[in-house]
Design a protein around this ligand. Structure first.
Ligand SMILES: Cc1cc2nc3c(=O)[nH]c(=O)nc-3n(C[C@H](O)[C@H](O)[C@H](O)COP(=O)(O)OP(=O)(O)OC[C@H]3O[C@@H](n4cnc5c(N)ncnc54)[C@H](O)[C@@H]3O)c2cc1C
Length: 498
């Protein structure tokens, strides 16, 4: 039987990111993916938020995405657009880039890292024991792995077979999205009525001065609310035509769809992200309305959180209990996404004067600077704070990409994270730390930084004398000029001393 250290079911954005993280850590990870290629039947996520761009920058691959997408202010809440260009990050913006491109670029990276992908095969079941997991594939093959991660989307077989509950809320609205030709000239742009929000736009567009400018001709991308919620069959051209007529009074002679898909505001979250040797990440762990564009971003960041922890456990560097911190840290992040999407769906529901008044009130509030900062930081993922204990405000927060001066010359903090290795960054007296027992796992970097430490929302914080940065870019320990707590933090996060 073929064995891998980690088997990932699903090679969407989450599975690809996780595979890359594991491969960087030198772990033998393989993906099982139903699709024959990375091509996506249908448009899904339309881009990346600032924190995801940062995360990709931490691995040295952000430029690949930036080169293909369109930088824009994409964060918003219930249709209130935020401008985050004043945020203290190297990437104070989002990126317009369709998911098929995001997946293609991620797959290219994973390919360079020589990850095995079993394509055109489905995982059909698994059984776990004390030492590993046996996974059955649709071609009759079986694979064994130390750990199995379900990155297999909202209908996750891994989640269901593991018996993990998926509590939440049934959908209240259903919409079709599609790409098709139209014989007549459609009304391009957003339309809102009692049924919901609808949009027609050409596939080809540019963003000029923050405005979308559509091409003159070519296929049209449709988003249209359905009259009924709860359909479970695959959507058809007839469904699309009926929905268009219901909203626009015409289907504009729609024909030749390249794809049609349905999305809803179903809102559910896995009760546990881990069951012994089985873990869940991405849509397999949480589904919600696409409003605010947070799904893919949350999945990629789940993978970032899980990857290095799983790598250390598989390598025997850290105890298996490190994996529990994955649920502890990431479950609250997605729970907050679920909550904010539900709030937004409620706020943008048309046809009720009282809701309109509430939305206007919220928009008023969000136009004030402090609420704008807080909500924009939440929607862009820049405010994530893992509860790692009391102390300096940096503890559990994202490490800013400071421009450092090191003995080897100028270095950005994110460059130090390219290999997904933790860093003890000493900004005090050079040679002030000796971490020999962790030297095989943690980089020690002496550096100078003369600037200020500024965080989104919080503003300036006291400059630490040293920080221990996890491979995911979150700060695990802050030094105040002493070494108090450092050994505990090193052991807790990177295993006992060698
Ligand atoms: C209309 C729409 C708009 C969206 N807009 C945004 C946005 O702007 N921003 C954003 O961040 N997110 C957005 N999302 C959400 C985003 O598309 C998802 O959150 C994202 O795709 C989740 O990635 P994933 O890898 O976790 O799961 P998926 O992308 O669902 O990938 C799961 C993979 O697993 C494979 N698979 C499933 N079961 C098996 C099996 N048994 N065996 C083998 N392979 C299997 C599938 O083929 C698939 O490749 C949107 C979604 C929709 C529908």
């Amino acid at each position: 039987m073929t064995e891998h250290a980690v088997l990932i079911v699903g090679g969407g954005p989450t599975g690809l990111m996780l595979a890359g993280e594991l491969a960087l850590a030198g772990v033998d990870a393989a993906i099982v993916e139903r699709r024959a290629s990375q091509d996506l039947p249908g448009s899904r996520a339309g881009g990346l938020h600032a924190r995801t761009i940062e995360v990709l920058d931490q691995r040295g691959i952000a430029d690949r995405f930036l080169a293909e997408g369109q930088v824009a202010q994409v964060a918003g809440f219930a249709r209130v657009a935020f401008d985050i260009s004043d945020f203290p990050t190297r990437h104070p913006y989002g990126l317009g880039l369709w998911q098929n491109h995001i997946e293609r670029i991620l797959a290219g990276w994973v390919d360079e890292l020589a990850v095995t992908i079993y394509r055109e095969r489905e995982a059909t079941g698994f059984a776990q024991d004390d030492t590993g997991v046996d996974v059955e594939l649709s071609d009759g093959q079986s694979l064994r792995a130390d750990y199995l991660v379900g990155c297999d989307g909202g209908r996750s077989l891994v989640r269901k077979e593991a018996g993990i509950e998926f509590p939440g809320w049934d959908p209240t609205t259903s919409a079709l999205i599609a790409e098709a030709e139209m014989a007549e000239e459609p009304e391009l742009g957003i339309r809102q009525d009692a049924a919901g929000v609808h949009g027609l736009g050409r596939v080809d567009y540019e963003i000029r001065d923050g405005e979308i400018v559509y091409a003159d001709h070519g296929p049209v991308r449709v988003m249209v609310t359905e009259q009924h919620v709860g359909s479970t069959s695959e959507p058809t051209l007839r469904d699309l035509s009926e929905a268009l007529i219901g909203v626009y009074g015409t289907d504009y002679g729609i024909h030749s769809p390249t794809w049609i898909s349905r999305f809803t505001d179903m809102t559910r979250q896995a009760a546990a992200y881990r069951k012994a040797r089985v873990l869940l990440a991405g849509d397999a762990a949480h589904v919600h309305s696409p409003v605010g564009g947070q799904g893919l971003n949350t999945g990629v960041q789940d993978a970032l959180n899980l990857g290095w922890k799983l790598a250390q456990v598989v390598k025997g560097v850290s105890p298996d209990s490190l994996l529990d911190t994955y649920h502890d840290e990431r479950h609250p992040v997605a729970a907050r996404v679920l909550r904010n999407t539900m709030a937004q769906v409620a706020l943008i529901r048309p046809g009720d004067a009282r809701l309109d008044a509430l939305r206007d009130t919220v928009a008023d509030l969000l136009s004030m600077d402090e609420p704008r900062k807080r909500y924009a930081a939440m929607m862009s993922g820049l405010d994530i704070h893992y509860k790692l204990g009391e102390g300096h405000p940096m503890l559990g927060r994202r490490m800013p990409d400071l421009d450092l001066v090191t003995a080897r010359g100028p270095r950005r903090v994110f460059t130090l994270l390219h290999e997904a290795q933790p860093v003890l960054l000493n900004l005090g007296e050079p040679g002030g730390f000796d971490i020999t027992p962790w030297a095989d796992r943690v980089q020690l970097v002496d550096a100078d930084f003369g600037g200020t430490w500024e965080l989104p929302v919080l503003g300036n914080v006291a400059a630490p004398a040293a920080v221990l940065i996890r491979p995911d870019g979150y700060v695990a320990w802050v030094g105040d000029g002493t070494h108090v707590g450092l050994e505990d933090a090193l052991t807790r996060w990177f295993g006992p001393p060698a």
